[in-house]
Structures are given as C-alpha cells and as structure tokens.
Design a binder for this molecule. Structure first.
Ligand SMILES: *Cc1c(COP(=O)(O)O)cnc(C)c1O
Length: 363
C-alpha cells in the first residue's frame, strides 16, 4: 500500500458511503480511464466477473465457440463454461508465450467448418507480456470476430506504445491481491464503446429496470466494486507507474545476475512490447543438470517462495475434453519454467540471495 489508500477509505467512512457505489467508485473509474486513455470503464468485483460480463454482452451462450489461449490461468476460461459455451484452446508462440496467430487461424477454421463463427476471441497478456497484437487483431478484424483482452496481469504494459487492454472490443483488468496493484479484490471492464459499459453497469447491479418498484426484465448479477475497495484502488492508481518500474527492475536484476548462466532463459519481450514484468519467469533448459522443481525446492528450503508457471488449460483435467490447437510450446514452458519472487517490496539483498541460490543450483 502507498500513503493515500487509507485517506480514501477514511473519506468513505466519514461521509458514510459504505454502500456498493459512491464517489470512490466514480473516482477510481476516472483514474483508470485517464491512465489507459480509454473512454469508459466499469469497476467490478473481480476480473473474472468482468470477463463473464464481456461474454454476456457479446451474446455468448450455450453451444457457442469462444477461442481462448491454453497457456493462462483458469479464470480466463471459466466464464466460457459459466455461459455453457465451448472453449477452443490455442497454444502459445515462443516469442511472447502468448496466443500463437497460426493456431488461432486453425482454431477459427475448425469452428467455421462446423458452421459456427466463434463468438469471441480472448487474448491474454501473460505475466504482463503483450501478445502479438498486430497479427491477432488482423485475424480478428478480417474474420469479424470481437476480441476481448484479458489484461488481468498486464496493467501498465504497452504494445506499439498503447496500453494493453485497449486494443480489443473490451478489456479486462484485475485488482486481486496478487496483481501489480490491488483493491484486495476487484476488477474492471474497459471499452471505448460507452454503450457496452453502460450495459455492464446495469447487469452488474442486478439489472434493475428504470422503475420506482423493483422490476427486472433481464437476469442480473451482483458484480459491482464496493466504495471501500474502490478507495484502495484510487490510492493504488497513484503508484502504478512506480510499481511497473520496480517490477521491471526486479526483472533486470535477475537478467543481469543469472541470465549469463548457460541454459537459463526468460520470457522474451519484442521490440513492439513493453511488459510490466508482473512476474519474472525463467526457463531451465531440459539438458541442464537441474530442473525448475529442484530450484523451487532449494529456494523453499531457504524460506523463499517461487512457483511453477501456469499449467496449460488443455492439460487440466476439467478442460481436457475441449478442442485444442497445439504447438507443444506451452507444455515445453510448463515443464521448464519457474516464476521467481517478483513482489514490489523485494530488497536488493533478497534479490541477491535468490540469484546466488539459483546460480548454485544450476552448477
Ligand atoms: C487474476 C487473473 C484473472 C482473474 O482475475 P480475478 O480478479 O482474480 O477474478 C483472469 N485472468 C488472468 C490471466 C489472471 O491472472
């Protein structure tokens, strides 16, 4: 936390705005729009809720196809199942670890052969690294398929100088506790289409018709962010650039100190991309005398937490039955990857200790 969060919360208490809505919610949305240079946004209870509403707004329903990367967190795909639609998984490219445009084409052709154009393409910017948006946008536009950007991990990242989350029809942000900035729990749906965001806010507040009595013509959701959490968000938005800088410095420290080791690799950043480096993930060449699991255990023995990279969704028991267009890359990265400690409060002596342990284990 920074220094302003408590002030915004105190204001909420002092003015008795404890209800789901209030000035902090409006203020937080304004901050998001200004930072991302986007026309409209809706602060919501989670990134998952934002993704769910995005699918609803695009009319995704039973039996529809939605294309989704395989190499991501399960929350990217769960809302497809909430809508009883079918996820079609697309493997990653080695260049960014994100959606591979060639397999995206194949996945679309698979759907078209079944006489069903995909209702949406979800693209994820994994660990903050922008996906290959030039290629993916071209495919989405040529085929006339709406694009949803899951930017839950990439607030502050840019592609061609523009913020991730602002390329698609809609963008999803997350302010969960583990993300680069947090409201303890929260999310947002962003779009340049103000009408979509108006509908988002309507659906997120139980879909009440414009009538003095409680009247409903649509099924609604309780997905709005509270005025208290939004107060934390306003304080956190003051820190976002600093957080990005710190995370990138963590990455640079790792790159400088363990990047020379033969067989250690990092998630690559293209010339068009600027990653917030939310998490620094490394890969350990399978021919090395060590493994990601071994490094993780040695770090653990030193009371340092590291984590495996996301397990690809096409390998998850719950998602196995769904179609997947594979390159083998996500499985390769899953078997060779490790997320190193990447918090904004890491000290240089902690970073040094981690690098020393990793280097020793690689010997
Ligand atoms: C965290 C995350 C989400 C979900 O966000 P919540 O706010 O936790 O619901 C979705 N997609 C990705 C890629 C995430 O990392």
């Amino acid at each position: 936390m920074g220094s302003s969060e408590m002030q915004f919360i105190k204001e909420a208490f002092d003015t008795n705005w404890i209800a789901p809505l209030g000035p902090n919610v409006d203020g937080f949305e304004h901050d998001i729009e200004k930072y991302l240079n986007i026309k409209s946004s809706a602060a919501l209870s989670s990134g998952t809720a934002a993704l769910h509403l995005a699918l609803i707004l695009l009319g995704v329903g039973e039996g529809d196809f939605v294309i989704c990367p395989s190499f991501t967190f399960s929350a990217s795909a769960n809302p497809i199942i909430y809508q009883k639609a079918t996820p079609v998984f697309v493997d990653c490219e080695l260049e960014s670890w994100n959606m591979n445009p060639d397999q995206l084409e194949e996945a679309i052709q698979y759907c078209l052969r079944r006489n069903k154009k995909p209702k949406a393409i979800i693209v994820v910017h994994l660990y903050g690294m922008p996906a290959n948006m030039d290629a993916i946008l071209k495919i989405a536009n040529d085929q006339g398929i709406p694009l949803i950007e899951d930017a839950a991990e990439s607030l502050g990242s840019k592609y061609n100088g523009l913020h991730t989350g602002t390329f698609g029809t809609m963008g999803v942000l997350s302010f969960n506790g583990n993300k680069i900035i947090t409201t303890s729990g929260g999310g947002a749906l962003i779009s340049d289409d103000a009408e979509l965001i108006r509908k988002t806010k309507f659906l997120a507040t139980q879909a009440r018709d414009n009538a003095p009595h409680y009247q409903h013509s649509t099924i609604g959701y309780n997905y709005r962010l509270s005025n208290i959490c939004a107060g934390i968000g306003r304080g956190q938005m003051e820190l976002i650039d600093l957080r990005v800088e710190t995370r990138r410095q963590n990455f640079q420290y790792y790159e400088k100190n363990i990047g020379e080791i033969d067989g250690v690799g990092f998630q690559p950043e293209s010339a068009k991309s600027f990653s917030n480096r939310w998490l620094t993930a490394i890969t350990i060449d399978p021919h090395m005398n060590t493994s990601p699991a071994k490094i993780r255990m040695v770090l653990e023995e030193n009371n340092i937490e590291s984590r495996p990279v996301w397990k690809p969704l096409h390998l998850q028991p719950i998602f196995k039955p769904y179609p997947a267009f594979l390159t083998g890359h996500s499985e390769l990265i899953f078997n060779s990857g490790l997320c190193l400690p990447s918090g904004s409060s890491l000290t240089s002596s902690q970073l040094e200790q981690i690098c020393t342990i990793v280097a020793k284990t690689c010997n």
